[in-house]
Design a protein. Sequence first.
Length: 142
Amino acid sequence: MPIAMHREKRHYSEEVTFNLTPMIDMTFLLLIFFMVTARLTDQKVSVPLELPVASAAREPKTIENREIVNIDGAGNYYVGDQPVTEGELKAFLVERFRNHPPVRVYLRADAGVRSELTSKVVEMATEAGVQDLIIGTLQKRD
């Protein structure tokens, strides 16, 4: 004997909604990423220096993707804002070139630093394989 199947027809009247939570989460993640990135770039040039003045100085288009080497007034070397010895700086440049060529360097030296120290960094960078090095100066104001 056949059993009669009885089905109820159900009508759902749900409204279609858009969930904004993932979009808001992504916006906050991007905001945090850009804040942290901007802060790291600022820290690399945070070593207190008085840059030399040059009449032909031009502002670099960008210092992104450059290793920033600083020499303070006392002749101390820094990679970004981290103090390093001369040997550590040379090893860093060689290792950086070996693992992630090409290496671009932005050298910032205090105006009171002896030119021998600046020349040493340029020589170390050349020996390490760096082909793009800019030296930070300020433009002479008339």
